[in-house]
Design a protein. Sequence first.
Length: 503
Amino acid sequence: MTAIDENPLVKGLERLPVGPTTMTIFGATGDLARRKLLPALYNLAHEGALPEVFNLIGVSRGDEDSEQFRAWAREAIIEFSRRTPDPRVLDALLGGVRYIAGTFDDPETYRKLGEELAAFDAISDDPLNRLFYLSTAPQFFPVIIEAIGEAGLNTHDDCEVRVVIEKPFGTNGEEARELNRRVLSVFDEHQVFRIDHYLGKETVQNVMAFRFANGLFEPLWNRNYIDRVEITAAEEVGIGTRAGYYDQAGALRDLVQNHMLQLLCLLAMEPPVTFSADEVRDEKVKVLRAVQPPPPEATVRAQYTAGTVGGEEVKGYLEEDGVPPDSQTETYAALRLEIDNWRWNGVPFYLRTGKALARKVTEIAVILKPVPHLAFQEEGSIGVRPNQLVLTMQPNEGVSLSLGAKIPGTRMRIRPVQMEFLYGTAFMSQSPEAYERLITDAMRGDATLFTRNDEVEAQWRVIDPLLSAWAEGKPELDTYPAGSQGPSTASRIMEPGDEWRAI
């Protein structure tokens, strides 16, 4: 920190180096750590992106010792890393890992943690930045935060102390405000990194790049030229073994409140003065404050029934293990939102997400207004269709733009053609996992891709009225067969002449 701040050689660099860090993962033997966090740390180490001095401490309720945890972490990285691990890099990453077995409400756990942090500081002869990562069930977030504060580990005079909190950040607005209050009673806002892994995806960040780095698009990015916007996050799998969580959450809380509203913000926000954390997040909050909670009739909720996905029979949601037979939890949610500001007034934003749909796809489709005069009416012509800009986050990251082109021949016949940019083809490299970028940013102290306290509360302001209406049965819960496009009633919320893109 101080060494970096005083080093004249780093002045003017695009991004500051990552300072020496000791990272502590609470819930270190959980599924998120196994599948995402540990493999992300390995890939950062493989690419030389970790700080020169980096230490890892795992905290969990299991009875393992440090040696057993290192062996478990090695197996997790070998299984889930996006590249085949190099044994030498693995050894270097895991050789000094420490593990603390203890419950999250036990002061003894934090006393041991303080000793391990001090021991790593002593080895390096300097206090190291501390990054606490809460990879636990949400009910433990305030417990861990307050215990860190009681142990005096929330601040340090000679290094930076930061905390990363996973989603969900509350299950409604009241819970989010209470969690914010408890977190901010221990940490300052600049120390808190509320993570939404969607924001770490390269193509999500590319939304800003395409908007603000290309003069071609920004002049058209308003109500004068854009007819509507569709944001889709479809999955072909059902809930699997997640019934315990999913039946309490539902599609609205699981994806719309966080991921999809974040995509909406990036797409609709005004250009920030600079791409600093607070400037970007200020603009996103302005968008959320301009979004009015939709009335129930502008929403659709539905639940999948038995069907066929990818040629395989899929049972209905109510037949899934652990789901109550009378569950009213939605596995599909669609809504029409409007942004009441100068740029977007009158442009409908359609959001939809669902489980057990026809295929897995996450995309933003920006549909421009049609040309004012259709002169091309030749027989055999598909006709002039509105231009569409489609930004795809998964499965194949990229961007496509549909244009009207003449079909070869003597007659003036028109059909749509596609101009495409694919990440893997254009850059000849594999995009890093979202968690790799976000962990690095948290260690660096760059909060641009993390949500701020007022941003979280603004998201819940949009969603809370829907949760209340849906709990009262407004609108009624619909159904759709697994493997389909979703409920047929999804078209009910569209403006006249609008229709959903095929999934």
